[in-house]
Design a protein around this ligand. Structure first.
Ligand code: NDP
Length: 404
C-alpha cells in the first residue's frame, strides 16, 4: 500500500468558511481545444468548496484510505526538519500545488528512496528538479488545462488594473479621499495599445482571445507558430523572438513555463529594449524575471507597472522587494487556485491517482516526465534541467507568519 504525502497551503487564518459566497459553480466539462475536463470515477467533495488548503485535503482522504493507502497532509514544507522532509524517506507519491510548492530538489528526490510519482495539483512543474526525476525514473504529472482559463481571466484583470491605475484609486476611497487628479495622473485607456504575449500556449492564447474585444493590437512570440487561421482570426503579429516583441509592445504578458531557457529572460538587458512606460504582467513564474531588474525598472520609470501572482521563492519572504516596489499590482499566487479551479485540479489529481494505482496509462497531456525522459506536455513545452535553485530561501517565511 502506498504512502501519499500531500503538501497544501494553510487554512484561512479566519477559520474554514462556514458558508460560501456562492451556492454553486458552473460545470465545465470540456476545454477550448476539445480536451475533456478531469474524469475520475467519482469525487468525494462538493465543487466550489475550499480543497487546496490543509483541511480540504484535495478531497482525497476517503478514496485513498478506503483502498488501504496512507495519506499525510501538511503545509510544513521548507527548512531543516520540515514535516515534508520527515515523511519523504518512505513516500511513494508526493502531491503539491504551485501556489505552495513542495520544492522537490535532487537532494529530496534522492532521499525519497520509494518515490515513484510527483503530482502537481495545477500546472507548472518547475518546483521539481525534472532532471533529477528523469535520472531516478520518477514520473511527474500535472493537471494540464485545469486552471488555464482561470489564469487568462486574471491576466486581463491585472492588465486593466495597471493601465487604468485601479489599485491606487481604490486605495484613495479606503483612505476617505476623492482625489481624482491623484488617481488619474497615471490612468490610461487600453484601447489602441500594442499588447503581446511571450508564449501562446493554453493560457497565452486564451488571454489573447479575451483581450481582442478591447480594440488592441495583438502580438505573440512562441517556439511554435500558431495556425494561419488563428493568426487571421485575432489579427496577430508573430515575432520570431522576445526582443522583437517587447520593442513594439505597451503591455507584455508572460505565459511560458519556467525552464532553463526562460529563467531570468526579463533581465536589465531585455527590459532596456522595451518602450519606456511599458507594463509587464507575469502570471507564469516569478523566476522568468530577474527580481532586482524589475525593481530597478519600476524605480527608473522604464516600466510603468508590474503585476502578477508568481514569485520566487514561494512563499515570498516578508522582505521580498516585490512587496514594496513602486507601481506594482502583485497578489500571492492565487490566479490558478480559484474555488472553480480547485474543483478541477482536485478531480484531476484523483484521475491521475486512479490511473497510477490501476497501472493504467496517465493521460499523455498530463505527463511532464515519464520513463526517464520528458513526455507529454513536458516534451512539448519544457526543456530538460533544473529550475529549483534558490528554493531554500522559502524557509525564511516560516519564521514571520502574518496575522489576519
Ligand atoms: P502550455 O504548455 O499550454 O503553453 C506554454 C507555451 O510556452 C507553449 O506554447 C510553449 O511553446 C511556450 N514556450 C516554452 N518555452 C518558450 C520560450 N522559450 N519562448 C517562447 N515560448 C515558449 O502551458 P499553459 O499555457 O497552460 O501554462 C503556461 C505556464 O503558466 C505554466 O507552465 C505555468 O508556469 C504557468 N501557470 C501559472 C498559473 C498560476 O496560477 N499563476 C496556473 C497555471 C499555469 P511550444 O509548446 O510551442 O513549444
Amino acid at each position: 500500500m502506498a504512502k501519499v504525502v500531500c503538501v497544501l497551503y494553510d487554512d484561512p487564518v479566519t477559520g474554514y468558511p462556514k458558508k460560501y459566497a456562492r451556492d454553486d459553480i458552473p460545470k465545465i466539462t470540456k476545454y477550448p481545444d476539445g480536451q475533456t475536463a478531469p474524469t475520475p470515477s467519482a469525487i468525494d467533495f462538493n465543487p466550489g468548496e475550499l480543497l487546496g488548503s490543509v483541511s480540504g485535503e484535495l478531497g482525497l482522504r476517503k478514496f485513498l484510505e478506503k483502498a488501504g493507502h496512507t495519506l499525510v497532509v501538511t503545509s510544513d514544507k521548507d527548512g531543516a526538519n520540515s514535516r515534508l522532509d520527515k515523511e519523504l524517506p518512505d513516500a511513494e507519491i508526493v502531491i503539491s500545488q504551485p501556489f505552495w510548492p513542495a520544492y522537490m530538489t535532487r537532494e529530496r528526490i534522492e532521499k525519497a528512496k520509494n518515490l515513484k510519482l510527483i503530482v502537481t495539483a495545477g500546472i507548472g512543474s518547475d518546483h521539481t528538479d525534472l532532471q533529477a526525476a528523469m535520472d531516478k525514473g520518477v514520473t511527474v504529472a500535472e493537471v494540464t488545462y485545469c486552471n488555464s482559463i482561470s489564469v487568462a481571466e486574471h491576466i486581463v484583470m491585472m492588465i486593466l488594473a495597471l493601465v487604468r491605475n485601479y489599485i491606487p484609486s481604490y486605495g484613495w476611497v479606503i483612505k476617505g479621499g476623492w482625489n481624482i487628479a491623484d488617481c488619474v495622473e497615471r490612468s490610461y485607456d487600453l484601447e489602441g495599445m500594442n499588447v503581446g504575449t511571450v508564449a501562446a500556449g493554453r493560457i497565452g492564447l486564451a488571454a489573447l482571445r479575451r483581450l481582442k474585444p478591447f480594440g488592441v493590437k495583438l502580438h505573440y512570440t512562441d517556439k511554435h507558430r500558431l495556425s494561419k487561421e488563428v493568426e487571421k482570426e485575432l489579427d496577430l503579429t508573430f515575432h520570431p523572438d522576445v526582443e522583437s516583441l517587447v520593442k513594439v509592445c505597451d503591455v507584455v504578458t508572460i505565459n511560458a513555463p519556467l525552464h532553463p531557457e526562460t529563467e531570468h529572460m526579463f533581465n536589465d538587458r531585455l527590459i532596456s529594449k522595451m518602450k519606456r512606460g511599458s507594463y509587464i504582467v507575469n502570471t507564469a513564474r516569478g523566476k522568468i524575471c530577474d527580481r532586482d531588474a524589475i525593481v530597478r525598472a519600476l524605480e527608473s520609470g522604464q516600466l510603468a507597472g508590474y503585476a502578477g501572482d508568481v514569485w520566487f521563492p514561494q512563499p515570498a519572504p516578508k522582505d521580498h522587494p516585490w512587496r514594496t516596489m513602486p507601481h506594482h499590482g502583485m497578489t500571492p499566487h492565487i490566479s490558478g487556485s480559484s474555488l472553480s479551479a480547485q474543483a478541477r485540479y482536485a478531480a484531476g489529481v484523483r484521475e491521475i491517482l486512479e490511473a497510477y494505482f490501476a497501472k493504467k496509462p496517465i493521460r499523455t497531456e498530463y505527463l511532464v516526465v515519464d520513463k526517464g525522459k520528458l513526455a507529454g506536455v513536458g516534451a512539448h513545452s519544457y526543456t530538460a534541467g533544473d529550475a529549483t535553485k534558490g528554493s531554500e530561501e522559502a524557509a525564511k517565511f516560516k519564521k514571520e507568519k502574518v496575522k489576519a
